[in-house]
Ligand binder design. Structure first.
Ligand SMILES: *Cc1c(COP(=O)(O)O)cnc(C)c1O
Length: 376
């Protein structure tokens, strides 16, 4: 059986967890949290990071930080995970869904300007499959209209836009370390603060609306309730797990990118024959091996391919259902026509991709897709 995903354990997780336990302080913002922050800041070039319990949490922090209020409009792609939208809906925002580009599921930067109104407060970009959105265009637009840009970089660790790491471009960015991502801690995430105006408040919101962090640094003589906030920080046990993964980041990434490229090359013939489309990687973007997808010619063909592969114990899965067609959105909003988003929703198929996937399995998958095509 070839599963769709298998979380990769580096083998060092228990060592660091044991050490975290031995240190005797396992709540948030401890020794390993600090080590992870330093890793991201020093080794990966992020300006200021805060680990969170999930990417969802990091997005919720972002919504609080930019002071989303009822009536504010937030533009984001419809082809994304629910958390991208929920984080802003929770603060009363009205979500304005943008269509995907024709060539890839990322939001089409060319269609954005017409969605901006006097109520627009932010644009949330999602770097689907870890492949960058057209950030120069989006940042310029945001600048012109005085909007915040939040990067939902859940899938985008170790990926770049013109040599800039994703997650360092918008005012704020959110990463995920959920077990389905490249670098994992079970559940986990991180807020990246690129605009220094948010530094102080981010720390307060992170620590339940208190200035506890400043207190522990000796900057204030008591800690108090100073703002809204929540318990967004993960335990140091989670951070210890994450640290083991971070130490292996290069190895994990090298492997995942190799697997991604193997599919990309191995499926070229089927693309040339017009049976499927392969991921579009714009010249400004890189591949981080987060997920590999193909797009089929129709939903029927995709459904048949999924069950064909299933017959050989290979688990392939489709991805997002257009959020603008979700029961929750439809209940309160007028219907929207987002053609490209619907096309990806209906035809995109993700193939197994995880650290321990071997060449033999990949060859088998590629051969079987070819066999399926010939049987049509
Ligand atoms: C995984 C993912 C999330 C949610 O991450 P959690 O850490 O599970 O909260 C949000 N947005 C996108 C695009 C994702 O892929």
């Amino acid at each position: 059986m070839i599963p769709f995903n298998k979380p990769y354990m580096t083998g060092d997780e228990l060592y660091y967890i044991k050490d975290a336990v031995a240190r005797g302080k396992i709540s948030g913002n401890g020794y390993y949290t600090e080590k992870c922050h330093s890793y991201f800041e020093e080794k990966m070039g992020f300006r200021n990071c805060l680990l969170t319990s999930s990417c969802t949490d990091a997005l919720e922090m972002a919504a609080i930080l930019i002071d989303i209020e009822p009536g504010d409009e937030v533009i984001m792609p419809s082809y994304t995970f629910v958390s991208t939208a929920n984080a802003f809906v929770l603060r009363g925002a009205k979500i304005i869904f943008a269509d995907s580009a024709a060539q890839n599921p990322n939001m089409d930067a060319n269609g954005l300007e017409e969605l901006i109104t006097s109520k627009t407060k932010a644009i949330v970009v999602v770097h689907y499959a870890g492949i960058a959105c057209d950030m120069d265009k989006i940042m310029r637009l945001a600048d012109t209209h005085n909007l915040y840009v939040i990067e939902d970089a859940a899938q985008a660790i170790d990926s770049y836009y013109k040599d800039k790491p994703l997650g360092t471009i918008g005012h704020l960015a959110a990463f995920s370390f959920h077990e389905t991502k490249n670098i994992i801690s079970g559940e986990g995430g991180m807020l990246v603060i690129n605009d220094e105006r948010f530094d102080n408040r981010a720390e307060i919101i992170w620590e339940k609306g208190t200035n506890r962090s400043a207190f522990f640094r000796g900057e204030v003589d008591k800690y108090s309730w100073v703002d809204i906030g929540s318990s967004f920080l993960p335990s140091d046990v989670t951070a210890a797990f994450l640290y083991a993964q971070l130490e292996n980041l290069e190895k994990i990434q090298a492997r995942r990118k190799k697997l991604w490229n193997f599919y990309y090359k191995g499926l070229q013939n089927l693309k040339k024959e017009g049976f499927l489309e392969l991921p579009d990687v714009p010249e400004y973007a890189t591949v981080n091996g987060h997920l590999f997808y193909i797009t089929c010619n129709s939903i029927q063909e995709r459904t048949d391919l999924i069950s064909f592969l299933k017959g050989y114990d290979i688990h392939s899965v489709f991805h997002y259902l257009s959020l603008h067609k979700s029961p929750f959105y439809v209940k309160e909003n007028e219907s929207l026509e987002l053609v490209n988003c619907d096309t990806f929703s209906n035809t995109l198929l993700r193939l197994p991709l995880y650290y321990e996937l071997d060449t033999e399995s990949q060859n088998k998958i590629i051969t079987l897709i070819d066999q399926f095509k010939k049987s049509r």
